[in-house]
Design a protein around this ligand. Sequence first.
Ligand code: CAA
Length: 379
Amino acid sequence: MQLDLSPEHAALRAAVREFAQSVVKPHASAVDHDHRFPEEAIQGARELDLLGILVPAEYGGAGLDHLSFTLCIEELAVACASTAVIVDVHNSVACEPILLFGREEQKRRWLPAMARGEILGAFALTEPGSGSDAAALQTSARRYGDEYVLNGSKVFITNVGHAGLYIVFGRTGGDHRAGGISAFIVPGDAPGLKVGQVFSKMGLHGSPTGELVLEEVRVPAANLLHEEGKGFQVAMRALDSGRIGISGQALGIAQAALSEATEFTKERHQFGQPVAMFQGVSFMLTDMATRLVAARQLTYHAAVLCTAGKPFTREASMAKLFSTDAAMDIATDCVQLAGGYGYVSDYPFERHFRDAKALQIYEGSNQIQRVVIARELLR
Ligand code: CAA
């Protein structure tokens, strides 16, 4: 595996870093404090084609690979983790399923507006009774002539309320588990589609998360994604890529916390010297830096495998497991290194700590990542 970034990848990272630091980061604290959608950041992301990273140029996107996608999410997350997850979910689990499983007319109908960022995408799999056990979902999708009628409740949906398109998973019959599930493209303004509670969360305050209620939502049969009964494969394949994106988000949060803690401990003097000069502190910094490099390698490797069309389910889960645990531990240690300043909201440490926690939970908890890795190892 090539460990150095190509000149094109390095240039992309530099451009997104410049954008993230100058446009996204200045709003991150206020977005968190006010629990508001990061409109300025998302508008800037639209202008930089960051809402169509993986979408080929023929459908109006940037047509970049998964390593580029990872670098973009990582750099956004250094600046603002809420912005990163909004962009990540849109690209990986909303655009990509259409790209991979959509028919030509579906790609032409939806992808250009998604790539321009006029339509934000979301992924509606989880239900109140089915989280880790996604195949137990109960939303029904019954076919009547040329349309399907969807009824059910979804929960913990990222981008809820702001999305103009939801990839919705419902049960079309037959098999009571994965084999009975189908995927649908549901426009955000479909009659009967309602946003329920939008949650107040521990972190990621700029990223809306909530319930989606479907009451007699009629979608044309032309909006069926892939084949009837193949929706679970759509969900699992989307989540494989999604987990690379979440890993990129983890790298960004961990990098931000570590960089800021390094600067803080160099400037903060106690007992007549910078606290970074105490070996106990410098060893904490070195351990964090080492884990971050390892997490980055795992994540970039999964991204390269994905682009190469090689199996990457196991590597994506390993990257997600390792990088999000690393991000949580690093964010926690950085709060500790900043002492009282780490615990107050005038400094960014406590925000990184709150934001990092979500990553161990969503797009498959880290317990589920271990299930996926174990199955791949043992089969
Ligand atoms: N790619 C393609 N197909 C896959 C696959 C993959 N990675 N993994 C499994 N499948 C297929 C299997 O081949 C199988 O197909 P066949 O029946 O044709 O053989 C089918 O899917 C069922 O597979 P399993 O028997 O392995 O399914 P399972 O019920 O045992 O569940 C699981 C597997 C890994 C636990 C899965 O349920 C899972 O990933 N759970 C976590 C769900 C999750 O990540 N939810 C997050 C939702 S999104 C979110 O967090 C917020 C947001 O807004 C983005």
